[in-house]
Write a protein that binds this ligand. Structure first.
Ligand code: ZN
Length: 137
């Protein structure tokens, strides 16, 4: 049984979902330390990507594992209560993510999705980010 009341749980999840989350801040710091400059939360692009590299035509999303349904990830376990509430909501997020990703790649953007759980290994993540941003188109 969920230890939090539905109201409290919603508040917690709303915070998890918000921009400027801890995983996102870590990714920003990594990218900045690598010397790349970016624009934040560009809502002119599908899905309002977290980091936008206009001249490279690349974007990075930082996704919370629970909220965006990271597959086979322990952080993405379904809540034990109010499944009828959570399941459609969370599935909707996943569908929306896929749609945004498609729209971006169709528009000529390259997309990197970084999952919250990847931020526990910053050195590894740094390499992934560098490879993505350095890659020629
Ligand atoms: Zn994950």
């Amino acid at each position: 049984v969920d230890s939090l009341s539905p109201k409290k749980r919603s508040e917690v999840m709303a915070r998890v979902r918000s921009k400027n989350s801890r995983p996102e801040m870590l990714v920003r710091k990594l990218v900045f330390s690598l010397g790349y400059r970016y624009r934040l939360h560009d809502n002119r692009l599908p899905g309002c990507p977290d980091l936008v590299f206009r001249s490279r035509r690349k974007v990075i999303f930082v996704h919370g594992c629970f909220w965006h349904r990271h597959s086979r990830c322990a952080l993405a376990r379904m809540p034990k209560s109010r499944l009828d509430f959570w399941r459609p909501k969370l599935e909707g997020n996943k569908v929306r993510d896929r749609r945004n990703h498609r729209a971006l790649t169709r528009g000529g953007w390259r997309v990197l999705t970084i999952w919250e759980c990847q931020t526990s290994e910053p050195e590894r993540l740094r390499k992934i980010i560098r490879r993505f941003l350095d890659a020629k188109r």
